[in-house]
Design a protein around this ligand. Sequence first.
Ligand code: SF4
Length: 399
Amino acid sequence: MDKAALEESVKAFFPYPGFRPHQLELISFAYRVFKSGRIGLVSSPCGTGKSISVLTAYLMARSEGYAGRLLALTRTKNQLEIYCREIKRVKEYSGLSITAAMFKSKREMCPRVKLDAKLKDVSYHDFLRYCRGLKSGAYRASCQFYENTLLNGWKPTGRARAVVDLIVRRGPLMPNEVYSLCESYGLCPYEVTKLLSSRADLIVGSYNYALLTPIRSSIMAKARLKPLIVDAVFDEAHSLPRYAIDILSDELSTRSMRMAEDEARNYGVKGFEVLRLLARKVVGEGRKALSRVKLDEEALISRDKLTSWIIRKAKLKDLDDLLEQLSFLEDEGERIRHVKVEEGKAPTSYLARCASFLADWIRATPPAYVHYVKAVEGVNGETYWKLGLKCLDSSSATS
Ligand code: SF4
């Protein structure tokens, strides 16, 4: 395509009066990438209009029948909102019929958080477990927003279908607009956005929608996306390996282990010996490590030695026996969460968190992962300890 034809084609979608330096080249490059179905890398400073360039290129390729549906994945909320604003601008400018589903985190999209202050302070993991419990009917109370959205957990209600139609007609809407609309109809904005995604040309979300298997599978299934025919854009892709490593790495403090023990004792759980032993061992290993490394520095430890020690001391048969014990404790932790919800307390469970952390810690194997302990200083100058798991291979997120 020569420059004049390219500009003509770009102007059908590009909503600004002029181009920034090299922006037309960028659009042309991205257009060729979409058209050829290959992988393209663009490196360009902040503020050079990458998002709108990529969207324009995508729409050009799509108008010629070359591109499928687009999955735009961003690292930060700010970047996500840039995509949302730009796609709105394109629609206002071009009058193009385009449907977009824009996902923020589930907690940000949950209207119950506004109604129940306790949900703001619980960990994200606890929030997800709580939401899952409400949806599955595990608690006496259910989630009215969810029930107004889906019948029997899968069939969209008439109200939900009507709101999805409204969003398609009026959209693209910003995530906060979808939130307000759903809230006013008593619907769950997250579930409505999932329903919307099956009709969306463009789906915008965080990297987690590609990197975390349960989220990826759930969204791909709901949006009816097939990996080989979807076009994907990773915004700020240079941060992808670091991001993947961070979400696959984790730490657990001896404070959480003690709280899990207290919780188990208070709620009548038998057989939490492994957690007591774990806390003891982590403190011992952490103290030894302090002779080699400084505060806040990781000291590698052997996964096999730590697990063998716990198995021996807890008089378990083998590793499978230990994992079974942890699975039991995780279930007990969920039971405690239920009891706490019935008692009107925050839906947290240290026991479930510790048991699932330790099971993941044991299952993660070298060379993709290393295991460590470290000493940390608390706010009052006291020392406590952390057991950690660090992923060294970001490609593990795609397996
Ligand atoms: S189903 Fe929706 S509204 Fe209900 S708790 Fe979960 S995210 Fe919140």
